[in-house]
Write a protein of this length. Structure first.
Length: 326
């Protein structure tokens, strides 16, 4: 779950607790070039205040106008925008896009409390809304599940925030952490070296001075976790990478040249890692964008992390050095 989803649900809960009429609006189907995917969420207050987004602009304006003029949805209701090209243009849906929403009154917020608490423990949940009865159910599911709407039940996925463990607290890590926060990652930095950890002061991050391999074991990286080792010290990086590559982390990368990466993989082969686990290591880390400065290297690393998370083929890796296979 990204911070926008959490913000929407927390704000909706707060509005309801303060006695405001509140509705949740969810994108359930799109056709053409509708700008927001199924599952996109918005909260709407009785006086027209909104948080979140379902279209990026004009549809939100229409929903606000409806509630300000007295429309009060008392049960889950379907709303359709962009049926004709004229309406699509009016509501800012490019190329004749169509947007189908469900608007539901927020009457009970106990399920929000439960959802936020369980996702904070890195559970992946599915919320099922029965649009005929308004009943809501939460259940644990696997990553193979996705958003569904079968005409009666709206089933929306809510997962834990993406998180990044950064091993090393140097200048590169500082740039990486700040950018990762902007991309909505929960950031944990680990470095047992006093000369580095005593100066870590990046707001919004968590810091630990534990040994990196112990931190990885305690963290239990899941499929929403990236592990990035950038100390350039094999004593710190390698043991943590050994544990990370055996975990469910969606991305594991380490700083170093192609030659150093090949040597690292040879060292790892002496431990209890399978060849497929070793091959999961991204190194040299980052996409080849000609980066030189810490900030530029951080951009290249995050570009690769995002590409892997989104299932995009990595097309711009560094070319092989002489005598070293790509």
């Amino acid at each position: 779950m990204d911070s926008l989803d959490r913000q929407v649900l927390k704000q909706a809960r707060q509005w309801r607790a303060a006695g405001h009429d509140t509705w949740l609006v969810t994108v359930i189907e799109t056709w053409g070039s509708a700008p927001r995917p199924p599952g996109a969420l918005l909260a709407l207050r009785g006086d027209g205040l909104v948080v979140g987004s379902v279209s990026g602009g004009c549809v939100e304006d229409d929903l606000i106008e409806r509630v300000r003029t007295g429309e009060r949805v008392t049960r889950p209701s379907l709303v359709l925008y962009g049926v004709s090209k004229e309406e699509a243009a009016r509501f800012g849906l490019p190329c004749g896009g169509t947007l189908r929403l469900v608007q539901e009154p927020l009457l009970d917020t106990a399920w929000i409390d439960e959802l936020l608490e369980r996702t904070s423990r890195h559970e992946l949940l599915r919320r099922s809304l029965d649009i005929e009865t308004g009943e809501i159910r939460l259940e644990s599911v696997g990553r193979e599940q996705s958003f569904e709407f079968d005409g009666r039940f709206v089933r929306t996925m809510f997962g834990p925030r993406w998180r990044m463990l950064v091993i090393g607290a140097g200048q590169l890590s500082r740039a990486l952490a700040q950018m990762a926060l902007a991309l909505d990652f929960e950031v944990i930095c680990c470095d047992p070296r006093e000369e580095y950890n005593l100066t870590w002061d990046i707001p919004g991050t968590e810091f630990t001075a534990g040994m990196p391999d112990d931190v990885v074991l305690t963290m239990k990286p899941d499929a929403h976790t990236a592990v990035v080792a950038v100390t350039h010290d094999p004593k710190l990086d390698d043991m943590a990478l050994l544990e990370a590559l055996k975990s469910d982390a969606f991305y594991v990368g380490a700083l170093g040249s192609r030659r150093n990466t090949a040597a690292r993989k040879e060292r790892m082969a002496m431990f209890d890692l399978a060849p497929g686990e070793i091959d999961r290591l991204h190194g040299p880390i980052g996409l080849d964008i000609g980066s030189r400065t810490p900030a530029e290297i951080a951009v290249s690393i995050l570009a690769e992390v995002i590409a892997v998370r989104n299932g995009v083929t990595l097309r711009q890796k560094k070319p092989a050095e002489a005598g070293i296979e790509a």
